[in-house]
Write a protein that binds this ligand. Structure first.
Ligand code: ADP
Length: 445
């Protein structure tokens, strides 16, 4: 700086020297003043250009400036470029973290120190019904009006999580969320939300299932214990003893059937989905089912000799089925045995196969009789659901037959359909997808 200044002074003196020598000191002073003013005007103009550029640094840089202003402009340009690069890097990093939070399967909402929403991912939007544009910087307690949540937020510490109702897309589905606040930074909080609807439902189903199984086992067990006590305490005659032992055998049989059905269900749930390699003949399977049905129906006739129902088995197509035979047998025999058990003696049971236009193969078991009221139909395949509990017990039912049938057929990619008309009868259908049916010919019954 002093060097520049001295050079400037020397130049002014040199410029003024000639007029000074030619026309005297006044002329020299005027020329020196003029030169200095010109120089100052030039500096002012450069300073203005720099100022203009600083106001709009994205425009072309004043790179034609020399001297002090040029150095200054260079230095500023470098600083600005460096700052731009840092801003870009920070923005990219921020996007990177937001993308990671966006990918989280849980809802993530960032709250500032006042509990206002700064950002949330799409899952949190869906869980809590938030719209980031609309709700940005809104207080979270004003938007989530669950009293449990308000109390939780008001606490000093937020250990553990709380359960609140979430926003559901459909009115019929109640969504339950587990939410927890995690402090971070300078008073900010991370609000994590998890959809626990399925977990809660599974837990409720498990509780119901255990309660149902215990109840189903306790009843015959209590009866058995009563009979044992009778045998131990009373001096009975031979025919009385025989009668009691027969009733004990019936109760033991009921428990056995229940345990077998439970094992079948747990096997269905635990084993891998059936592949397409394993195959079996449909006619053989249907012969077995028909024999079972005739024997079961005969039990309802006076001398157990002939079936008590009219059993009509239509000709069975000569198909091969790709699937697990015991599972398909279990599904189909449950439908046919139910038909026999729930149809009063003298009624008619029809069993037949057909192929729909989309290739699905349907087994239809239709029965005459009182039919089933519409409100029961959607729940019939639930475990332990019965329309008439005592009728089910009388006929040796466990309440698991249709649950097993549905599970087994769904595992094979098929479906169970139930139709019924009160006073007319019912129709139970099992559909198998075309990929599992291998046709060859139709054989007469
Ligand atoms: P269960 O062992 O009691 O028969 P299922 O799961 O097989 O249990 O059937 C559930 C309920 O559906 C039965 O208790 C009965 O009320 C009703 N049901 C099933 N099949 C028939 C049918 N063919 N006709 C009338 N009701 C039926």
């Amino acid at each position: 700086m002093p060097v520049r200044f001295l050079t400037l002074l020397a130049a002014a003196l040199l410029v003024a020297l000639v007029p000074h020598l030619l026309w005297g000191p006044l002329a020299g002073a005027v020329v020196a003043l003029g030169w200095t003013l010109g120089w100052a005007a030039l500096q002012l103009q450069r300073a203005k250009r720099l100022e203009r550029w600083l106001k709009q640094p994205e425009g072309a840089a004043p790179d034609t400036m020399g001297g002090l202003w040029g150095d200054l402009a260079d230095r500023l340009r470098r600083l600005l470029t460096q700052r731009d690069r840092q801003v870009k890097e920070h923005a990219e990093r921020l996007q990177y973290f937001l993308r990671a939070l966006q990918a989280s399967p849980n809802g993530v909402t960032l709250l500032d120190a006042q509990g206002r929403i700064e950002w949330c991912n799409a899952t949190a939007s869906a869980h809590l019904g938030l719209d980031l544009q609309r709700d940005h910087l809104q207080h979270v307690v004003h938007l989530l009006r669950d009293p449990v949540f308000s109390r939780y937020v008001a606490q000093d510490t937020h250990e553990g999580e709380v359960l609140i109702d979430g926003r559901s897309q459909s009115l019929s589905r109640r969504v339950r969320l587990s939410v927890q606040l995690h402090p971070y930074g300078d008073g900010q909080h991370l609000l994590l939300s998890r959809d626990v609807t399925a977990v809660q439902q599974a837990e409720a189903m498990r509780r119901d299932f255990v309660a149902n199984v215990s109840h189903e086992i306790r009843t015959p067990l209590t009866v058995l214990a009563g009979f044992v006590e009778t045998l131990q305490t009373l001096d009975l005659q031979e025919d009385q003893r025989k009668h009691i032992l027969e009733m004990m055998a019936t109760q033991a049989g009921r428990m056995q059937t229940l345990v077998e059905d439970l094992l079948t269900l747990s096997q269905l749930e635990g084993s891998p989905p059936p592949g397409l390699q394993e195959r079996f003949d449909l006619p053989g399977l249907m012969r077995q089912i028909e024999q079972d049905a005739r024997s079961l129906s005969a039990l309802s006739s006076p001398h157990h000799q002939t079936p008590a129902h009219t059993l009509v088995f239509a000709p069975v197509p000569d198909w091969q089925i790709a699937g697990v035979r015991p599972e398909i047998y279990s599904a189909m025999s449950n439908l046919v045995s139910n038909a026999v058990r729930y149809t009063p003696p003298g009624g008619e049971v029809r069993v037949g196969w057909s192929r729909a236009a989309d290739g699905t193969a349907w087994l239809e078991v239709s029965v005459t009789g009182p039919g089933i009221a519409a409100e029961h139909l959607p729940r019939l395949a639930e475990r332990f659901y019965r329309v008439d509990r005592s009728r089910s017990r009388e006929t040796g039912g466990t309440g698991l037959g249709l649950a097993i049938a549905k599970h087994a057929i769904v595992r094979h990619g098929g479906e169970l359909r139930i139709r019924s008309q009160v006073g007319k009868g019912s129709s139970f259908m099992l559909g198998l997808p075309p990929s599992r049916i291998h046709e060859s010919a139709t054989v007469p019954a």
